[in-house]
Design a protein around this ligand. Structure first.
Ligand code: PGA
Length: 252
């Protein structure tokens, strides 16, 4: 079964509202109306309303970078999945290594967020990936397998098939050190095989696994050509319209 590729932009904590609006308009002007892949934009919370209004009726889908696992309550500064859903947000990133490292999100917390996102009717973009130390010790497969087991393998098959997975080796995020297409393919195949063992081959064949980590216009096409790489989660390079459009075209 052909998997529809996804190119997702993670703006992180970048761009003011007017800068974000300009970038979205440049993307809308530069992209063909009909795309063969899904384009997903995850700006900061403050920009979501504007994003939804600008991309309504186009093939760009709005996403959040983060959410809280609880439905409501005394969680100062947090945003619930129901709030995101009420705005028309379709995807929510969770398990990103920056949230894990800087905001102490454990596998247990990520698991509860995956559940909350699915229950709230959005699609989780679940991130996993190893640090440089772990890769240098050749422990990356075991490490990623454990992240899958602890964060998403509790899901029943119907919930699991709704997920999007993003493999983001930490050593490649924001460093300019992209994984080679061979390294990405090897890990994506490992993830797909691990899913096949935990579920079945229908599910492992249909689930989309994105690569993330220093994707740029000049390396996107070779990464996306790897048979088990179903698109990308793009940070820094998603802030430049011309380069990001090239990356989207490499997938679509
Ligand atoms: P990068 O970030 O493209 O800037 O490496 C990717 C990510 O963190 O999702």
């Amino acid at each position: 079964m052909a998997r529809k590729k996804i190119v997702a932009a993670n703006w992180k904590m970048n761009l003011t509202l007017s800068e974000g609006e300009k970038l979205i308009n440049q993307l809308l002007e530069g992209l063909p109306e009909v795309l063969e892949c899904e384009v997903v934009l995850a700006p900061p919370f403050t920009h979501l309303q504007m994003l939804v209004e600008l991309v309504g009726g186009t093939s760009i889908l709005p996403a959040a970078q983060h959410c809280h696992a609880e439905k409501a309550g005394a969680y100062t500064g947090e945003v619930s999945v129901a709030m995101l859903n009420s705005l028309g947000i379709k995807y929510c990133i969770t398990g990103h290594s920056e949230r894990r490292q800087l905001f102490f999100e454990t596998n247990q917390i990520v698991r509860s967020k995956v559940d909350a996102i699915l229950e709230g009717g959005l699609t989780p973009i679940f991130c996993c990936g190893e640090s440089l130390d772990i890769r240098q010790a050749s422990q990356q497969n075991q490490f990623v397998k454990e992240q899958l087991e602890e964060c998403i393998f509790h899901l029943g098959p119907d919930a699991f098939r709704k997920l999007v997975i993003a493999y983001e080796p930490i050593w490649a995020i924001g460093t300019g050190m992209t994984a080679s297409p061979e390294q990405a393919q090897e890990m994506h195949l490992f993830i797909r095989d691990t899913i096949r063992q935990a579920y079945d081959s229908d599910i492992s064949d249909e689930i989309r696994i994105l690569y993330g980590g220093s994707i740029k216009a000049d390396n996107a096409a070779t990464l996306f050509a790897a048979p088990d790489v179903d698109g990308g989660l793009v940070g820094g390079a998603s802030l430049q319209p011309a380069g990001f459009i090239e990356i989207i075209k490499a997938a679509c």
